[in-house]
Design a protein around this ligand. Structure first.
Ligand code: PBG
Length: 335
C-alpha cells in the first residue's frame, strides 16, 4: 500500500475541529432581522385564549397585543403579521366585513401604528376569516370559488388595510390577477408606499390545520378543501410560473408556504428570480416541533434553530414563524 492511499487526500474535519474555525467558515446565519411574527387578534378588551393545537400561541384582543408588539420591538423583530379571529355573526356569503374600515384588522393596525410607528405591520388579504363557508373567496352555487368577483373584494380589503396604515399587504388567497389589481387600487388612492408581499407559491397543504383552528375557519370549511386555487404539493415548475407572474404584476416580495416541506421551492425561486423571497413556517410545522419538544423527544432550541437556519440556507430572506419572540430571545442571549 502506498503512503497516499493510507490517508485521506483532504481532511475536511480540520475546519470543524474547533469552535473558532467552525464560526469562521459558517456560511449562513440566523438573525433577528430575518423574523416576522404572526399573531392572532380578537375583538374585545383584555381577552386572551390559548390555541389548543399550538401550545404557547394565543389569540388576544388589541390592548393585549400592544404588549406583545412592544416586546417584539424591544427584541428587534422587524415586523408583525396580523390574522383576525372574526366573530361568526360577521361571516357572510359575500364577506362584506373584509373591507369594513372599522373592522377588527383596520382597528388593530391603527392602534399598533399609533403606538409603535417603527414596527412593520403586515396584513393578510384573503376572505376566509369573513366567509360563512371558510373559503378564501366568493363561491358560486356549486361551491366553486369565483376568481374575478373575489379579486374585486380583495381590492377593497387591501385598500382598507392600507388606509388604516398597514405597511405591507399580503394576499394569501391565490386568485389569479390579484397582485396587479391590488397594486392599481392602492396606487389610485395614493397608497404608493404600501408594499405587496405576494403569497405566490402557496400550496394546498394539510399543515395549515392548527391555523384554521386558531382563526375558527376549520368549522366553517368543514369537509371543504382549497384544491381549486392553492397549489398541488406535487408541483414545482408551476411555483416558478406563479412567482414570475406576481413579480410582473408588481409584487415587492414573494412567499413560499409552507416552509420545511418546500425548501426546494425556496431555493428555486431565489435562484431563478433573486427577488426578496420569504418563507412561512406554518402552524402545523410549529405544532410538530412543539409537541415533540413538550414530550421531551426533541430539544426545542436546537431543533427550532436548525429548522430556521435551513430556510436561510435554502435562500429565504425572511421567515414568518410563531417562534419569532422565543428565537429572538435566544439570539440575544448568544450575542
Ligand atoms: C388563509 C391563510 C392560511 C394561513 C395563512 N393565511 C390558511 C389557509 O390557507 O387555509 C395558514 C398559516 C399557518 O398555517 O400557519 N388565507
Amino acid at each position: 500500500m502506498t503512503f497516499s492511499s493510507q490517508y485521506p487526500q483532504k481532511r475536511m474535519r480540520r475546519n470543524r475541529r474547533d469552535d473558532f474555525s467552525r464560526r469562521l467558515v459558517r456560511e449562513n446565519h440566523l438573525r433577528v432581522d430575518d423574523l416576522i411574527y404572526p399573531v392572532f387578534v380578537l375583538d374585545g378588551h383584555k381577552q386572551e385564549e390559548q390555541v389548543a393545537s399550538m401550545p404557547g400561541v394565543v389569540r388576544q384582543s388589541v390592548d393585549l397585543l400592544l404588549f406583545q408588539a412592544e416586546q417584539c420591538l424591544r427584541l428587534g423583530i422587524p415586523a408583525l403579521a396580523i390574522f383576525p379571529v372574526v366573530d361568526a355573526s360577521l361571516k357572510t356569503l359575500t364577506a362584506d366585513e373584509a373591507y369594513n374600515p372599522d373592522g377588527l384588522v383596520p382597528r388593530a393596525v391603527r392602534e399598533l401604528k399609533k403606538r409603535f410607528p417603527e414596527l412593520g405591520i403586515i396584513t393578510d388579504v384573503a376572505l376566509d376569516p369573513y366567509t360563512s363557508h371558510g373559503q378564501d373567496g366568493l363561491i358560486d352555487d356549486n361551491g366553486y370559488v369565483l376568481n374575478d368577483e373575489t379579486v374585486a373584494v380583495l381590492r377593497k380589503q387591501a385598500l382598507a388595510h392600507a388606509q388604516a396604515g398597514a405597511d405591507i399587504v399580503a394576499p394569501s388567497d391565490m386568485m389569479d390577477g390579484r397582485i396587479a389589481a391590488i397594486r392599481a387600487t392602492l396606487d389610485q388612492d395614493y397608497c404608493i408606499h404600501t408594499r405587496i408581499l405576494a403569497y405566490s407559491a402557496k400550496y394546498a397543504s394539510s399543515f395549515y390545520g392548527p391555523f384554521r383552528d386558531a382563526v375558527g375557519s376549520a368549522a366553517m370549511l368543514g369537509a371543504g378543501n382549497k384544491y381549486t386555487y392553492q397549489m398541488d404539493p406535487a408541483n414545482s415548475n408551476e411555483a416558478l410560473w406563479e412567482v414570475g407572474l406576481d413579480i410582473q404584476e408588481g409584487a415587492d416580495m414573494v412567499m413560499v408556504k409552507p416552509g420545511l416541506p418546500y425548501l426546494d421551492i425556496v431555493r428555486r425561486v431565489k435562484d431563478e428570480f433573486g427577488v426578496p423571497a420569504f418563507v412561512y413556517q406554518v402552524s402545523g410545522e410549529y405544532a410538530m416541533l412543539k409537541a415533540a419538544a413538550m414530550n421531551g423527544w426533541l430539544d426545542e432550541k436546537a431543533c427550532v434553530t436548525e429548522a430556521l437556519l435551513s430556510f436561510k440556507r435554502a435562500g429565504a430572506d425572511a421567515i414568518l414563524t410563531y417562534f419569532a419572540p422565543v428565537v429572538a430571545g435566544w439570539l440575544q442571549e448568544n450575542s
